[in-house]
Design a protein around this ligand. Sequence first.
Ligand code: COA
Length: 141
Amino acid sequence: MNIIIQQNCDGINWQDVADLLAFYGLSSLDAKMQELVFRNSYAVVFLLDQERIVGVGRALSDGVCQAAIYNIALAKHLHGQQYGRLIVDKLVEQVTQCNIILYTHPQTVEFYKNLGFEVMKTGMVRYQSDHLTEMRNMGFI
Ligand SMILES: CC(C)(COP(=O)(O)OP(=O)(O)OC[C@H]1O[C@@H](n2cnc3c(N)ncnc32)[C@H](O)[C@@H]1OP(=O)(O)O)[C@@H](O)C(=O)NCCC(=O)NCCS
């Protein structure tokens, strides 16, 4: 297996991205909208295996002092081999001077703690009304 790391949006198969994020319930946006959100992000990471997207992640940032990580996902057959850490590390490298925030599913809090993130005491969110019930039911709030 030869996993390639790509940190730009050139030639990305956006349907693969949409499928991977939808598989884990992380996003239901279609391929065209995924292209928009990744292109509008400050930092992106894609893992490719023979041109198939097997891992993704992105960060929003002002490029100076603040950043936020979103949409970390890895194909199931690659779990447990440090590729998730690799995606996050490659994003952190691109915003290394920033404070970095994120929020995650209750099941992956320990993953991010392992990577040096700490649970915030005063993090707050205003979800769109169509997300609110789902996020509450999944234990995000
Ligand atoms: C979360 C995810 C990216 C982790 O990827 P991964 O490649 O399996 O994780 P890694 O192998 O890089 O793990 C790094 C460390 O975190 C630990 N870890 C990984 N997943 C964990 C979890 N769910 N809970 C606790 N610890 C976890 C690993 O044991 C490893 O610890 P070590 O360095 O001491 O050995 C992957 O499971 C995934 O894509 N999940 C579905 C999508 C998702 O939930 N994304 C995050 C929400 S935004």
